[in-house]
Design a protein around this ligand. Sequence first.
Ligand SMILES: *Cc1c(COP(=O)(O)O)cnc(C)c1O
Length: 495
Amino acid sequence: MSVEYVSTRDKSDKVTASQAILKGLAPDGGLYVPTEIPKLDKTFEELAEMDYKQVAYEVMKLMLSDFTEEELKHCITSAYDSKFDTEEIAPMTYADGAYYLELFHGKTIAFKDMALSILPHLMTTAAKKNNIKNEIVILTATSGDTGKAALAGFADVPGTKIIVFFPKDGVSDIQKRQMVTQTGDNTFVVGINGNFDQAQTGVKQMFGDQKLNSELADHGFQFSSANSINIGRLVPQIVYYVYAYTRLLKEGRINSGDKINVTVPTGNFGNILACYYGKQMGLPVDKLICASNENKVLYDFFGTGTYDKNREFHLTSSPSMDILISSNLERLIYRIAGEDDKKDAEFMKELREGGKYTITPEMRKGLADFYGNFADQTETSAEIKRVYDDTGYVIDPHTAVASAVYQKYLKDTGDDKPVVIASTASPYKFTRTVMEAIGQDDKSKTDLELTDDLSRVSGTKIPPAIEEIKSAPVRHKTTCEVAEMPQTVKGFLGI
Ligand SMILES: *Cc1c(COP(=O)(O)O)cnc(C)c1O
């Protein structure tokens, strides 16, 4: 069976998986979605005997059906190697009644590495398959973690350049340092005077700007996206939910077919959507618990059926979730609208023009798989402390939002099925917030210096990613206004 991809806003035009990966965003501004979601064709018992790379192949072969076995296996082995600090790639820690699925063992110690370590390989393979001669220019807007993970993934990959825009005052010190010290002659990093949504909108506009695109083509370049709107990001994220389930099975914590719940700290709705796709592929997930911080637009959406971004934007201790336009939600909207592209396009037009839309009562029934809630900064901080006091395990603020929301879910429903909490960043990335929460903050120290203290109190080793940036020189100093983003790109490309 061959899965093809169509735009959420116009499903008449079908492309292959490799073409969808190359394009990133569909020409009409929609997101590529699979024409159908295939079922897993191995049993959970069989998958339980496989390692991460093998599970990755079994999942990805179904969704990326125009890649040959050899191509896909090459991409997978190039991605999930010693760049990760554990052979398990995504290990689980049981703490205080929940399984924390640690997705932060890659190069940049956040879950974005799970997909961004393979995307460059998928993309260069896709370019070869489609006889693309242009150099690929990756444009990325980041709320903090994507940027560094994309830079690390694409640095010095032949035939590519990568340009990352981040909100100058909207990321943590360590996140910023990680980006501005990035090596690689093909890497460019820009701080914008604006927030993440403005960075993301600016990038989307450049993708849709025909004049800019043809100027690029004249100079042998073409844009692509490493943002989670790219299906090459989404598909590798399905893998770790399947992997987590089959590890629980292997360890005898569940029986095959038992349902589990999954809690995901959510911003752009990519990670949780991957789990939703996993469920459609046959993974026995019951509730998808969608955790937001104070930017709780999704919580309100699940509660009311109205998505409304017209509200105050909060900078929080979980910056990678400081998002008011959750791009990947469009893929869910398309699906619960019965794959009605016209309806989807209308909602997105309303969102663009008025900042909100309301789905139909019929569509709301499609949200039954989801439970939404949020945790404010006080609750998030209290959750870091609670888990630490009870178990000695230190979680980062994003994971803590998920963990706190899971506690609310338990209280609300009493549903205590085994739960996997997506643990999306290492606490070493957010030392100030974490040390403050557990009451061991030393104000005289910088965020970086606090990594030694964190190592002491948590009994864990400082990850190599942190050791590296301690001494690395700053290589990127460009800043710009939102309106200057296209000009900045052209400047980098010399056109
Ligand atoms: C990106 C990110 C999230 C949000 O994931 P989405 O796929 O955008 O919903 C959560 N936590 C961390 C640490 C992240 O980097």
